[in-house]
Design a protein around this ligand. Structure first.
Ligand code: DGP
Length: 114
């Protein structure tokens, strides 16, 4: 999608610190990290929100989570623990409308989240 920030990162039209790429997903460091590890995992395919996922995307959702798990393992946060978040719309604070998993770890997380 031409005016989507994360599509531009996927297409390498704007720079990002990419930490993982495969045929279906790209992961990069969040520009405003909230934890020592804060990586965003996105599909190459533009999907605006979780509500826009269809049955054809079932495998893609699995790939996003498996990419997140691989990153967590590579960072050594799988043992101590980490958090995966997907914000949806205004009340959750979604600001970029291209779905993304926030993979955050390296510190103790509070609950409930703010
Ligand atoms: P959300 O608010 O859940 O839609 O998360 C969007 C995240 O994207 C937020 O944590 C900050 C991050 N972000 C915004 N713009 C950029 C950017 O240009 N580059 C990178 N790497 N991250 C960005």
């Amino acid at each position: 999608m031409s005016d989507c920030l994360f599509c531009k990162i996927v297409e390498k039209k704007i720079p990002a610190r990419i930490v993982h790429e495969d045929a279906d997903t790209v992961a990069f460091e969040d520009v405003n990290p909230q934890a020592p590890t804060h990586v965003l995992v996105v599909p190459r395919k533009h999907v605006a929100t979780m509500m826009d996922l269809g049955p054809d995307d079932d495998a893609l959702v699995g790939k996003l989570f498996r990419a997140g798990a691989a990153i967590a393992k590579a960072r050594g946060i799988d043992g101590p623990g980490y958090r995966v978040v997907m914000n949806h719309n205004r009340d959750a604070g979604q600001s970029v409308f291209h779905i993304h998993l926030h993979v955050m770890g390296g510190r103790r997380m509070g609950w409930p989240p703010g």
